[in-house]
Design a protein around this ligand. Sequence first.
Ligand SMILES: Nc1ncnc2c1ncn2[C@@H]1O[C@H](COP(=O)(O)OP(=O)(O)OP(=O)(O)O)[C@@H](O)[C@H]1O
Ligand SMILES: [Mg+2]
Length: 354
Amino acid sequence: MSSEKAVTGLVSASVSPIADAEPVLHVQDLRLALYTGQEEVFPVDGVSFTINPGETLCLVGESGSGKSLTALTIMRLIELEASVRYEGRVLFAERDVLTLSQSEMNSLRGSEVAMVPQEPMSALNPVVKIGRQLEQVGIYHAKDRTSRRQVRQEFHKRSRDALVAVGIRDVDRVLSSYPHQLSGGMQQRILIAMAVIAEPKLIIADEPTTALDVTTQAQILVLLAELQKRTGVGLLLITHDLAVAAQVADRVAVMYAGSIVEQAPVEEFFANPQHPYSVGLLNSVPSIEGGKNQDRLNAIPGSVPSLLALPRGCRFAPRCVLAVDKCQSERPDLRAIQSTQTHLAACWRPGEMP
Ligand SMILES: Nc1ncnc2c1ncn2[C@@H]1O[C@H](COP(=O)(O)OP(=O)(O)OP(=O)(O)O)[C@@H](O)[C@H]1O
Ligand SMILES: [Mg+2]
């Protein structure tokens, strides 16, 4: 299947979110505080969003903006040491993930929420063969079923199908391999297959297709869209690729220096971006003929500020061509623009960027 075809298929396969349903994930004022030895920094600083069943929220933003740490905090995958603290709420099926015990969290992760992390190796057990790790997903899944034997057979078939669907041809070799015997791209595919097999309520995928070729990437996005259509899984997809966001997102959230600076339904976001940073990102999308080095979004002059030296006002002000005094001194909140309820921007001069 060509990538164009796959992506076109994806558009028709995508499912509209169930508007009135309870959100599958509700993140409220999430902060992650790290004590660096000198002072406390907040790499995730007041992040709020919801994901409805069947909905895809794409979180975009430059390298270092806090996307992965947001995902890892939601999944409670950051070790809570003396130097780390959470604030806010992460409501998943009415439970606040931030208050669950480690064992409650482990069972949630095994069955109801799946994560495809940016570093796939960190999620695979290095001393257990892939086949066995896939079976463990199946065991979780079989917990509330009556016939375990039937479940096991079904599961066996489903895991093979899932591995083929993520573009793995030599399934037997992969099943009998240890993670370190496989490439990073292969490990990523396996984690995506695991997420698909588990049929969770929520998948958090951090750059899940970055290491993969375009055809496989398109194939995987179709697979996720099909899963969504079938099971209504909510998807938080972190990507630096705005073309991917345009294809799969229902809503887009743009992150900058630890906070969301704009959030909007996908068509609205691409047609009518409000925050100067979003406009900068959209202008930095690489052209199709572009060289290899264009695959990171860093065409906006300047860089993400250090967490140890954040600007007092708007964190984007030092890089913003529209910045006025107020932008330097007062930090804008994320709020609805114009008459909409769904398009939010944290900017004193929204929509003024040409
Ligand atoms: N364990 C850590 N301790 C201290 N700071 C960290 C830690 N991990 C990440 N950071 C910092 O937190 C900020 C956010 O990092 P994060 O990995 O979430 O960015 P990102 O948006 O996922 O970037 P990328 O697109 O490169 O994956 C960065 O400034 C990073 O240097
Ligand atoms: Mg990251």
